[in-house]
Ligand binder design. Structure first.
Ligand SMILES: Nc1nc2c(ncn2[C@@H]2O[C@H](COP(=O)(O)OP(=O)(O)OP(=O)(O)O)[C@@H](O)[C@H]2O)c(=O)[nH]1
Length: 304
């Protein structure tokens, strides 16, 4: 979907922290009524989207990365790797700690996990309403002496204190990007929308200027394979002309393969499981001028 605002920024932020530090309270505080929780997502998903904050010029998508909150839990290599990969690929990591408790084993476990990651890590000291301001410096130092954080922001998720500043600072770490979710989160299956945007983005990246924005991506099917940690995605890339179909497919299918590999990678990150992606290319002349088809392709009037 083309953005009206050319400088629109968006990105994914992983929230990590020991149990009870206030992650849910924070999400409730920031998403308010505009909550876009993927409550209908299958529980097997590992990287859960927990909330989306949309403003006029940005969209922050907060995701949870289970597997790193429970140091006692014996994680398989695969889980550990998946969690680490997620942390590498998000735009920022919010490491939330409790101002009211001393740094502990759980915090150190997480800090080890994020060691050497190039993703900017925010130290978010929550529950500052519970401590005397004079103590804050000492608390902050106990963490910053062990890890080089990109930013340190003390907040109270409960009463909202300094939360605005945190959001503003997070925004400065985002790059230009699409609006993954509609403002009011209307669709039943928002992952369909994100997946189609991810594929569309890859088509545009790979084909550069040759394909104008006259393509749409329709997700035909998303299904989890029974008994296997694998999601099947069937999608159709709709173009307007035969010549565009040739461009998207490329010599001996090379370009389509490249689009598929790149998109699959991103979708795997989004869903937290292995993905089998099947892509088709279809010519649908003049699809942009047919209102019925616009709707079918997921376009809403106010966005077009
Ligand atoms: N005083 C105070 N209490 C807070 C604050 N943020 C969260 N809490 C309280 O801390 C407790 C845990 O908060 P949650 O938001 O459930 O914590 P969580 O990190 O989501 O917990 P898990 O789901 O177990 O990981 C609740 O009783 C909250 O009311 C805060 O800023 N100040």
């Amino acid at each position: 979907m083309q953005q009206k605002n050319e400088s629109f920024k968006s990105g994914f932020i992983s929230i990590i922290g020991r149990p009870n530090v206030g992650k849910s309270t924070f999400l409730n505080q920031v998403v308010g009524q505009k909550i876009a929780i993927m409550s209908d997502k299958p529980q097997t998903t590992r990287n859960k989207v927990q909330g989306v904050v949309t403003t006029d010029d940005s969209q922050l998508v907060f995701i949870d990365t289970p597997g790193i909150h429970k140091p006692k839990h014996k994680l398989g290599d695969f889980m550990m790797k998946t969690a680490k990969n997620t942390l590498k690929e998000v735009d920022a990591i919010m490491f939330m700690v409790n101002a009211d408790e001393p740094i502990g084993r759980g915090d150190r476990f997480i800090m080890e996990m994020i060691e050497n990651t190039e993703t900017p890590v925010f130290l978010v000291i929550n529950k500052i309403d519970l401590v005397h301001p004079d103590e804050l410096f000492k608390i902050i130092t106990s963490y910053t002496s062990e890890y080089d954080f990109a930013e340190t922001v003390p907040i109270s998720a409960k009463n909202g204190n300094n939360v605005d500043r945190l959001l503003k600072t997070l925004k400065t770490y985002l790059l230009k990007g699409p609006k993954y979710y509609p403002d009011d989160q209307v669709t039943d299956h928002p992952e369909r929308f994100i997946i189609s945007e991810l594929i569309r983005e890859k088509v545009l990246n790979v084909t550069r200027e040759e394909i104008p924005h006259s393509i749409a991506v329709v997700i035909e099917k998303i299904g989890r394979e029974e008994g296997r940690d694998m999601v099947n995605v069937n999608a159709t890339i709709v173009v307007e002309r035969d010549s565009q179909k040739g461009i998207v497919i490329g010599k001996r299918g090379a370009l389509l393969k490249d689009i598929g590999t790149k998109a699959r990678h991103d979708i795997e990150m989004l869903l937290g499981s292995k993905v089998f992606l099947e892509l088709w290319v279809k010519v649908q002349k003049d699809w942009r001028n047919k209102p019925g088809q616009l709707k079918e392709f997921g376009f809403r009037e106010d966005e077009y």
